[in-house]
Ligand binder design. Structure first.
Ligand code: V0V
Ligand code: CO
Length: 153
């Protein structure tokens, strides 16, 4: 294994202001199919996973959830913003992160640290479908927020 040992692309994540509208576009216009949806309370996001007929990498749509079930447009207008709401208020809907598959996220995170890349949590966090994830700082990854994903076994 070289470095972090990324094995492939798990998902490309897009932060969107209008989650329902984005799902309608990615399914109805682009032809992907929704495979999963969940709310990740810790990250403060509502997320939808989409995949194409041939499988391969997924597309993840994320939008902030704020208390009371309000949406990104409300979060962006004031109050304390979570990371994704802040991102949306600064950039609008845009590609947010690239998630790479790894066999063992703790080993991968240590390899990233050894390469001088900032890992944004000391321990792995819980991601989509109970996967184990860590994030790498975009400033250490050529401007791209990278997520490392160990799928649930
Ligand atoms: C911020 N920056 C980004 C970025 N977000 N650059 C590329 N891609 C992004 N997504 C830049 C920003 O423009 C600043 O650059 C700099 O990084 C510092 O940003 P900041 O606005 O001051 O924001 P911070 O420092 O408060 O937070 C940024 C980070 C934060 C990336 C550290 O958002 C974070 O910890 N993210 C990891 C968690 C996360 O994103 N969760 C949501 C997805 P300049 O202006 O200084 O040049 S959850 C998920 O995907 C799950 C659950 C899953 O897939 O299973
Ligand atoms: Co993700």
């Amino acid at each position: 294994m070289t470095g972090v040992g990324a094995e492939g692309i798990d998902h490309v994540s897009i932060a969107v202001v209008d989650l329902d509208g984005a799902v309608a576009f990615f399914t109805g216009v682009l032809g992907l199919r929704q495979t999963h949806a969940e709310v990740n309370e810790r990250e403060g996001v509502s997320e939808v996973m989409l995949a194409g007929e041939s499988g391969g990498a997924q597309v993840q749509l994320i939008s902030p959830v704020v208390s009371g079930g309000a949406q990104a447009s409300d979060a962006a207008s004031g109050g304390s913003l979570n990371g994704v709401a802040k991102f949306l208020s600064e950039r609008g809907s845009a590609i947010h992160h690239l998630a790479l598959q790894v066999a063992d996220v703790e080993v991968a995170a240590n390899a990233a640290r050894a390469a001088g890349v900032r890992v944004l949590s000391e321990r792995p966090l819980s991601g989509t479908k109970a996967s184990k994830i860590v994030f790498l700082h975009p400033k250490d990854c050529h401007g791209v927020l990278i997520e490392l994903v160990q799928a649930t076994s």
